[in-house]
Design a protein around this ligand. Structure first.
Ligand SMILES: [Zn+2]
Length: 198
């Protein structure tokens, strides 16, 4: 039997995505055995992130600085903007390293079922960024779900009067596929073969 403290730690880790009780126990055991090499650095890393955690007021990304590292990076192509549903999608696409521009996180997708309306998402902020000018292409990188596509169409309608090229990820994304779960090769392919919004 573990102490209450160790049990609490195990339970906290078991709630993380991708872990379960069994993996959490193994992780905890590792941390306890490698106190210097693993527990200390993990603790310091968690504290550092917790101290600085913020969300980017420009794009909605989660980072330890505002503007986030992507928005603040002068090497990014400011003329290209990729719109995603969630921060996880931004991270997935950015991992593929094929999109040289910046991002915009909506904070979800339209859903009649869940009562999520346009004003619940950062769509006005997006329109504002595009209205400010300097953006040539907007990639609508919504998930290949019904709600994701509904959201993409809604945004495409709202952007109709702006002089920007609207593109979307190529089909070949599995139907119902969520970006975060795709391997980088599939994502890269979908991004490379992006097509105009019809
Ligand atoms: Zn940002």
């Amino acid at each position: 039997m573990s102490s209450p403290e160790i049990e609490t730690l195990t339970q906290a880790l078991a709630k993380l995505p991708g872990l379960g009780p069994r993996s959490a126990r193994r992780a905890v055991l590792h941390l306890l055995k490698k106190r210097e090499a693993a527990l200390g650095p993990l603790l310091r890393a968690l504290e550092a992130v917790n101290d600085k955690l913020t969300s980017c007021h420009l794009c909605g990304n989660v980072d330890t600085s505002d503007p986030c590292g992507i928005c603040a990076d002068p090497r990014r192509d400011a003329r290209m903007l990729c719109v995603v549903e969630e921060v996880a999608d931004l991270w997935a696409l950015d991992r593929s390293r094929l999109f040289p521009g910046r991002f915009h996180v909506l904070g979800g997708r339209l859903s009649a079922l869940e009562g999520i309306r346009p004003e619940d998402l950062s769509i006005d902020l997006l329109i504002g960024r595009i209205a400010a000018g300097g953006i040539d292409e907007v990639v609508l990188a919504m998930n290949a779900t019904l709600e994701g596509q509904t959201t993409a169409h809604y945004i495409a309608d709202r952007l109709e009067s702006f002089p920007v090229r609207l593109t979307q990820l190529a089909h070949g994304l599995p139907v119902g596929g969520e970006l975060d779960y795709l391997d980088e090769g599939t994502l890269a392919q979908a991004l490379r073969a992006r097509r105009p919004v019809s």
